[in-house]
Design a binder for this molecule. Structure first.
Ligand code: UFG
Length: 332
């Protein structure tokens, strides 16, 4: 398959590109490197360092290269930033996303896989969360992803676009080649690793949640398991995904097991063999107490099973990547 990956220079996009190449697909990457890294794109991949939001340019790219499917990973993805500055989230995730859909429509590309998020659910009413749970995002990040999922549904009904929206839970870990390198870094696992490397204390955002140890519970999934799901999802769009039911299918990607922030800290201490310096601070705005996926539907529709579900594997691989990339991509 000839596949365009937007955001292929980012954390999840780059590991997914590795997986697609390993499966024998031809890959093009479109990434403006505003948050991604050119060094994350392997040399054999055709790489356009520009935005997915330029409809005319993207249409040309799709037509000239006879692209058959799009994996849309590029987005703004920080909850806190989205609350402070919703404008950039609506512009990038909704306006830019629709420009990409229009380019796909003009070029006749009918297969689409989208990086969505558990943030579309907001504070869940029941756990584990199934895809039938109400969508009630509590921040602009989740809201803009939900809005784009809606566009996929209606483009499916009207124009025959076959799409899968992958609702990621908490992605962690690294491949041998690619890992997490954000500036600023806000995610738990790389923040823990940063604290272990620098010996400067990190902050736990709240110790008074209604959970057994008072810290929030999340469903962590290894980025390479996520990449496997992307490959399967792209392959599944070759024909109507669930004939007669929907042209756009949302799927949760998690392991179905939750770990608290303190459990993640304890696992990191075991992997690295030293204590994680930390303090307890106030809660972070927009953080639900518990987010755990039911991943049954992804199993049924894609035949996907996460194979690297232990915290040890996720943290161990992230630690290993940090050893080989002490300054991230730019100073590797
Ligand atoms: N946390 C800390 N200290 C830190 C960083 C994180 O205590 O320095 C805590 C957070 O409060 C949260 C947990 O660790 O309880 C995980 O936080 P992350 O920032 O790693 O991840 P989030 O759960 O906030 O967000 C992730 C994705 C979002 C997605 C969300 C939905 O990054 O894109 O999961 O599940 F929307």
């Amino acid at each position: 398959m000839r596949i365009l990956v937007t955001g292929g220079a980012g954390y999840i996009g780059s590991v997914s590109v590795e997986r697609l190449l390993a499966a024998g697909h031809a890959v093009w990457v479109l990434d403006d490197t505003s948050t991604g890294h050119a060094a994350a794109v392997p040399p054999e991949v055709r790489f356009s360092r520009s935005t997915y939001a330029d409809e005319n340019q993207v249409t040309r790219l799709l037509v000239d290269n006879a692209i058959e499917a799009i994996l849309h990973c590029a987005a703004r993805s920080l909850v806190g930033e989205s609350i402070r500055n919703p404008s950039i989230y609506y512009r990038a995730n909704v306006v830019g996303g629709v420009a990409l859909l229009e380019a796909a429509r003009r070029a006749g590309v009918e297969r689409f896989v989208f990086s969505s998020t558990a943030a579309v659910y907001g504070v869940p009413v029941a756990s584990p969360i199934t895809e039938l749970a109400p969508l009630d995002p509590i921040n602009p990040y989740g809201e803009t992803k939900r809005t784009f999922e809606g566009a996929l549904r209606w483009y499916g009904t009207a124009y025959g676009l076959r799409s899968i929206a992958l609702r990621y839970f908490n992605v962690a870990g690294a491949s041998e080649r690619n890992g997490e390198d954000h500036d600023p870094e806000t995610h738990l696992v790389p923040t823990i690793i940063g604290a272990l490397v620098s010996s400067l204390p990190m902050t736990l955002f709240g110790g008074d949640y209604p959970t057994p140890d008072g810290t929030p519970i999340r469903d962590y999934i290894h980025v390479e398991d996520l990449a496997d799901a992307h490959l399967l999802a792209l392959e599944a769009t070759s024909e109507p995904i669930q004939p007669g039911v929907e042209a756009a299918v949302p799927l949760n990607l998690g392991t179905g097991t939750g770990f608290s922030v303190r459990e993640v800290l304890a696992a990191a201490e075991k992997v690295v063999g030293k204590p994680v310096p930390h303090t307890i601070g106030p809660r972070r705005a927009g953080d639900p107490p518990i987010l755990v996926a039911s991943a049954e539907r992804a199993r049924e529709v894609l035949g996907w099973t996460p194979r690297r579900g232990s915290l040890t594997e996720m943290i161990g691989s992230a630690w290993q990547w940090r050893q080989t990339h002490p300054g991230g991509y730019d100073q590797a």
